[in-house]
Design a protein around this ligand. Structure first.
Ligand code: EPZ
Length: 456
């Protein structure tokens, strides 16, 4: 075997076993690199101005809960304007696994729950989709029992369901939580839940919707005080009433539900997605472009529109459309609140805008305990942000620079798309599994406005 000359190691000088090892390591390394390259990602060219009109899809956070409301009747439900999202696919699979009939044609879903075979939702289908927990109310209200895995926390927070359970117990249900599964049932003697007055500790959207759906078939009258006032709650109440429910006060702090014996089917159109609309308005502002967003219900976005004006944009509001004309963007302070306050789901996208504003901004996240993860990614692009607890202090910079970045949850991924649209150079964004949960063909919609985004 030849001697190894000092300083230069030639692989063929290595003993055979080490040679194989070396080759293996090289191959593994190459494999790892190619896996990295193969990870689905968006390539986003920055600093292109946009123009034109962007079409807003149906609201994810309405469509998901409306789909579960189909469990309240034996009759068919036709839900229109349902967005093409992975979360909607996930919810469809859960309903199908329960034995529900479900047909999707374009943006329309027909659902009929006349033969529910399983009231226990399989963990592998529900663990990634918090909205799966919305099934507990209708199953309990209609069948008198349900077994739903606890929806785990997620990156943005613990996301407990204490309020949901408190409300179900107030309606007379027996609810146990063990081994990560919530088992709920109507006590043997009773056939139906009993109307009750519930005062929520916090205006939880999910708890309000769960209690609404559990109480529509209860015996007697129920009230929910400190109810969530989000438009998605109003959309649900509107559809339940068109199914024969008797709900008043939805959208306000106190909702009254008069229980009925049964609900019938209906046809219903999902409202436009206010969070998607807000995201694209911010896209216009951050690229200093004039764009039109439609359909949108302006009063669903009042707090966001006010902040867009405060930071220098002007807005032309029409019946179901909004035109944004950007000005010199200056810093503003934002604190997220329950509706009608500034929505937590637009905190990350708006922070991307403030990172490029002229001046200082303070953003405080009051809804979730861990929803500032996009800060680190924005800093990689040159943003000047300091975090103290749940508050971020942002010093706007003249320009962000493109970088390889990741979205760690749905809305932080959206924020990184916006930051990339404004940055100098071409960014590579990973985390499309998060992005595709809540934005239907986001790169297709933005490319129609003149963006240059490639999905690889
Ligand atoms: C809905 O989640 C939305 N999801 C969220 O959108 C949205 O951020 C949230 O409402 C607030 O608007 C869907 O509708 C599917 P919550 P939900 O119960 O119902 C605390 C997105 O990006 N809380 O109002 O889970 C909770 O920890 C997603 O589209 C309790 O303390 O929200 C959180 O801090 C993210 N105890 C706050 O309330 C409870 O029992 C808001 O939660 C329940 C909630």
């Amino acid at each position: 075997m030849s001697t190894l000359n000092a300083g230069h190691l030639d692989v063929c000088d290595l003993p055979a076993i080490m040679r194989t090892n070396y080759e293996l390591t090289r191959m593994m390394g190459a494999l790892k690199v190619s896996k990295e390259i193969l990870k689905p990602h968006l390539e986003i060219q920055g600093q292109r101005s946009l123009s034109g009109e962007i079409n807003i899809s149906g609201a994810k956070n309405s469509a998901l809960v409306l789909m579960t409301a189909s469990l309240l009747t034996r009759e068919a439900l036709v839900i229109r304007n349902v967005p093409k999202l992975t979360d909607v696919e996930g919810m469809s699979n859960i309903l199908l696994a329960m034995g529900v009939r479900l047909d999707r044609k374009l943006d329309e879903i027909e659902i009929q729950a006349d033969k529910i075979q399983h009231i226990e939702l399989p963990y592998e289908l529900v663990h990634g989709l918090r909205a799966s927990f919305f099934c507990i109310g209708p199953l309990l209200g209609r069948l008198g029992r349900a077994r739903i895995p606890l929806p785990g926390g997620c990156r943005i927070g613990a996301r407990p369901v204490v309020e949901h359970i408190r409300g179900l117990k107030a309606l007379g249900a027996i609810v146990n939580v063990e081994h990560g599964v919530v088992t709920a049932s109507v006590p043997g003697s009773q056939r139906r839940l009993k109307g009750a007055d519930v005062i929520l500790d916090c205006p939880s959207v999910g708890a309000t919707e769960t209690i609404l759906m559990a109480s529509v078939l209860a015996e007697g009258v129920s009230t929910i005080e400190n109810a969530a006032q989000e438009p998605e709650v109003q959309d649900l109440a509107k559809m339940l009433n068109s199914m024969g429910a008797r709900i008043t006060g939805a959208g306000g702090p106190k909702i009254t539900i008069e229980g009925v014996d049964e609900l019938h089917g209906c046809e219903y159109k999902v409202m436009p997605d206010r969070i998607e609309a807000g995201t694209f308005l911010i896209a216009a502002a951050i690229t200093r472009s004039i764009i039109r967003v439609s359909p949108v219900i302006p009063e669903h976005l009042s707090a966001v529109l006010q902040k867009l004006r405060d930071c220098g944009c002007s807005l032309q509001i029409e019946n179901e459309a909004i035109n944004l004309i950007p000005g010199q963007i200056t810093g503003v302070d934002i604190t997220t609140q329950p509706f009608p306050g500034f929505p937590t789901d637009l905190q990350a996208p708006f922070m991307a805008l403030l990172a490029t504003a002229n001046g200082t901004s303070v953003v405080t996240e009051k809804i979730y305990e861990n929803r500032l993860q996009h800060v680190a990614e924005l800093q990689r692009m040159g943003a000047s942000i300091r975090v103290q607890g749940n508050t971020a202090l942002i010093e706007g910079v003249p320009e962000l620079s493109a970088a390889p970045i990741k979205g760690s949850d749905l809305r932080s991924a959206a924020a990184m798309v916006l930051a990339s649209l404004a940055a100098r150079g071409t960014s590579k964004l990973e985390g499309l599994n998060h992005l595709d949960r809540g934005y239907e063909e986001i790169e297709v919609k933005l490319n129609k406005l003149g963006a240059c985004i490639r999905r690889n």
